[in-house]
Structure formats: structure tokens, C-alpha cells
Design a protein around this ligand. Structure first.
Ligand code: SF4
Length: 372
């Protein structure tokens, strides 16, 4: 990590960005309207032959000649390696990337999908399997959108949450580019794009300036700064009070309440001191508290509180003026913690996806979104 800027630098990027797709189309004679069509159909998981106007009626000859190869390369950005349905209507997807890496995406009940933004994660939350392996590489903006396109081949998708593997703030350019494309060409309502972060000042500067303003989710997990630093060891050092204040300011700017995420860990952040802290920070604020009892992860020594205690916490907070929702992590019966599915299958997946890189992604050096 660059200690001055707080940015993360990883090995030369294999990530694939939307700009590379645009450049390739332009190299073959595309105008902005042609780019728009190709990206719209792709992000909606529709064939490039779809629609009343066929490619031969609309696209330049050069683009038409290149289209089958482009379509094949786009399909290779996020391939389904395995699907694991949960009892709650969700399904975990193990997604293969073009370089053999894998990430997880989750089809959520009620037309949502949760996507990954990085392979691995540098924040190192002590209760998270993904955080144990560190950051392997950034996902390019096109690889993030490709997870949505893949999800749309399985189900209707009207909501996208950036809460899978990775910390979106550490890959900000790519995530914001993906949000723009999904909010325009991808047809997702802007408030149904949910940017999740452990808290980073660049997020609060950047989000209000975007053409598409997503909803914001803050991973708080503790109102005690020292405890939070232990749980999220490499999150930026912002006091919980300030974090909530920054989140609320954005909530007023965007018009949507800030969603505060709280993984409920027995004996750690489920005590009365934390309930008092939550009331102090959130009562009467434009915020929704999502309490998610912890999913047990093999090898990590954390437990969820009893269902009775979790219910009691949610009711107490509600009574004390905090809009609280007690939620279950989607698909918790199928290696439900973020990163568990990948961790269990990574060696098999890596061995089965040793494919040559498509021409498109070799042509241009991808732009790194995190300066050193
Ligand atoms: S919980 Fe999220 S931010 Fe924390 S290590 Fe896991 S993926 Fe990263």
C-alpha cells in the first residue's frame, strides 16, 4: 500500500476495462451510437442480433465483421463455473475470469445480484474468508459489468450491490465506470446500484460528482474505534462518528438513506455498549441498519449470537429510534460467507480455466485504476 495516498497497487493488471471495448469498437469504425448499442445489448445479456434494427441496418461494416469475435471475448470475461442454489432463493455463482482467476457473485432474491470488485481484498477483515488471502488483482470495469450480464442469463436483474469480494473504494475508477454503464446502458435504476465500502474519504468526494449516484452502504460493524480497527485492520482510520456523518451527508445529497451494515458477532459486537453506540450514531438519522448474524467460516473462530438475542437486539434498536432490519446473509447454507466458495474450489477452478487470453485483451495495456 502507498502510505501517502492510501492506494493499493497490485501486479501488472490483467483486468479488462470498458474503455478497451470502446477503443476496439472505434478501431473498427464505430461511432458513439454504435458503442452504445453494443454495450447496451451486452450488459442486458441480449444477443447482438437483438432488436428491430439488425446489425446490417445499423453498424458499420468493420464493426459487423469484428462483432462475432467481440461477442465471444465479452462472453469470456465472466464464465459460470458452478452454481449453488440456497434455500432462500439466492444462488452463489463461482465465476471464472479470462485469466483463470475466480470470483463469486450471488443471485439475490427479488431480482438482485451481488458482484465482486476485486480478486481477494486488502482490508483483511478478521471474520471474512476473502480478507485472509489479501488482494490478488483488481477487476476491470468490464469484468464487473460482465458478472451482471452473466447473472442476467440466469434471472431478471434490477438491482446490483457491490458487496462481493473486494473493497470497491480500492478499485474506485473501475467500479465507478461499471456503475455509469449499468446506470445508463444497463438500465438499472440508480438507487438500485449499491456501493458498499468500509469507508474511504475518496468515496465521499467521488460519489456526489458521478453522473450516476448510487446508494451507499457503510460496513460499520462497531461504534468503538479501537474494536473496529481490530475487526477491520486495514480499513482507513476514520472514526465511526465521522464515518456515519459522511455517509449521512451523502444520503442527503443523493436522496437515498445510507445503509449501515453490521455483521453480528457473538460476544464481540452484540453487547449493550454497542447498542448504546448505535443509538447515539444512528437514531433519527437518514439511515437503515442492516444487522446480519455472522455465517460460521471454517478456520475462523467467530460465532453468531442466538436467534433470540439477534431478534432482541433488532427490537431494542427499533424501539430506541434506529430503523433496523435483521437480515440473513444470502445463501448461507451454501458456503455462505464471502469467499468460502472460491476458497474451496480455487485449485480445481484454476486448473480447469487455463485458457489463452482473447485477442482483445492482449491488444492494449489495461489502464490501472490505482496509481502507485
Ligand atoms: S468483508 Fe469485505 S472489505 Fe472485509 S475483507 Fe471481506 S471482502 Fe474485504
Amino acid at each position: 500500500m502507498n502510505r501517502r495516498t492510501g492506494d493499493y497497487k497490485v501486479a501488472p493488471s490483467l483486468s479488462v476495462c470498458i474503455d478497451q471495448i470502446r477503443h476496439r469498437l472505434r478501431d473498427h469504425g464505430a461511432m458513439p451510437c454504435h458503442e452504445h448499442r453494443v454495450l447496451r445489448l451486452w450488459s442486458n445479456a441480449l444477443s447482438q442480433d437483438s432488436g428491430k434494427r439488425k446489425p446490417q441496418d445499423f453498424l458499420p461494416l468493420g464493426v459487423r465483421a469484428e462483432l462475432p469475435a467481440i461477442e465471444a471475448d465479452l462472453a469470456g470475461l465472466a464464465r459460470l463455473l458452478s452454481e449453488h442454489p440456497g434455500a432462500d432463493g439466492s444462488a452463489r455463482l463461482l465465476v471464472g475470469l479470462h485469466d483463470g482467476q475466480t470470483v463469486e457473485a450471488v443471485l439475490l432474491p427479488r431480482d438482485g445480484v451481488c458482484v465482486s470488485t476485486q480478486v481477494g481484498c486488502a482490508v483483511g477483515c478478521v471474520f471474512c474468508m476473502t480478507g485472509q488471502g489479501g488482494l490478488l488483482r483488481q477487476l476491470g470495469s468490464a469484468e464487473i459489468v460482465a458478472q451482471v450480464a452473466l447473472a442476467r442469463t440466469r434471472r431478471v436483474v434490477k438491482k446490483v450491490v457491490f458487496m462481493g469480494m473486494g473493497e470497491p473504494a480500492h478499485n474506485l475508477d473501475n467500479v465507478m465506470d461499471a456503475i455509469d454503464l449499468l446506470g445508463f446502458e444497463g438500465g438499472i435504476g440508480h438507487k438500485n446500484l449499491v456501493f458498499s465500502t468500509v469507508g474511504d474519504r475518496r468515496v465521499f468526494e467521488r460519489l456526489p460528482l458521478g453522473a450516476v449516484k448510487p446508494a451507499l452502504a457503510l460496513s460499520l460493524h462497531s461504534t468503538n474505534a479501537a474494536r473496529r480497527a481490530q475487526l477491520l485492520p486495514r480499513a482507513p482510520a476514520i472514526e465511526p462518528d465521522e464515518l456515519v456523518e459522511l455517509g449521512e451527508r451523502y444520503a442527503h445529497a443523493s436522496g437515498y438513506p445510507v445503509q449501515v451494515q453490521w455483521t453480528l458477532l457473538a460476544g464481540i459486537n452484540d453487547g449493550d455498549d454497542e447498542l448504546d453506540g448505535i443509538v447515539r450514531l444512528l437514531a433519527g438519522k437518514r439511515a437503515i441498519l442492516n444487522m446480519i448474524p455472522y455465517n460460521t467460516v471454517d478456520g475462523l473462530d467467530f460465532q453468531r449470537p442466538s436467534a433470540e438475542r439477534a431478534r432482541e437486539i433488532a427490537q431494542t434498536l427499533h424501539r430506541r429510534g434506529v430503523l433496523t432490519k435483521l437480515r440473513q446473509s444470502a445463501g448461507q447454507d451454501v458456503d455462505g460467507g464471502c469467499g468460502q466458495l472460491r476458497a474451496r474450489t480455487v485449485s480445481v477452478a484454476a486448473g480447469s480455466t487455463d485458457l489463452p487470453r482473447p485477442v482483445l485483451w492482449r491488444e492494449r495495456a489495461p489502464s490501472l485504476s490505482t496509481p502507485s
